[in-house]
Design a protein around this ligand. Sequence first.
Ligand SMILES: [Cu+2]
Ligand SMILES: [Zn+2]
Length: 243
Amino acid sequence: MKNLILLITCFTLFLSTACQNNQKDTSEKIEVKIERTDSISKATVTTKKIVNGQVSEEIQVFEGSHQEVMDKVALLTEKEDNQNVNTEKIRKTVKRIQFKLDPKSGSTTEGTVTITEEDNQVTFEANITGLSEGTHAIHLHEKADCSSDDGKSTGGHWNPTFENHGAWGAEEGFHRGDIGNFEADASGVGTVVFSTNLWCLDCDDPIKNIMGKAVIVHQGADDLVSQPSGAAGARISCAGIIY
Ligand SMILES: [Cu+2]
Ligand SMILES: [Zn+2]
């Protein structure tokens, strides 16, 4: 886990308006930002109030175990709920995790992956260096275990729906880990941006949850046909999606 930069950010937004009996023109916005690492969580709670055009802002910071921090945040937001009887509330949560890809199979291929979930849509972004120029495959594999030198400790493609390997979205079937191919330029740099509502980050649905899976970059291209994994060659970079 040493090469894992881990950050999960949950961003919650409440927008409330005071009850109609109150003659004051009052609005209130609470933003909760939670940053989480292996050992500690930190919540930054910003409360912005506008009363008759006067703006005031209060910032509170809590640190501790994830449970302690979430309990404090819940207390604070519940209290606010009780104070405003007729409130209109907008709530939004964004989860983000960021980690490093490590070289495998004697390569120098590495990179950074950022995965964000917002409005039930997961966006996967990878910036990869040390590639040979041309087409490379990238997949999610079954297990967040990059311990072996060849990356095979991650198992096969993540395939919770038991379908055949294929192009993402193919009618004949595809693995939920079949991200596909990307191009590396002459300087060995490649970028992958992929977005789907078939994944989630740390939810309870085993067919959607990508936590505990691995990201694998291959030396070759995925032919999108060969079973079980597209004949994409050696596994040259690896990361576990874990925290
Ligand atoms: Cu693969
Ligand atoms: Zn596959």
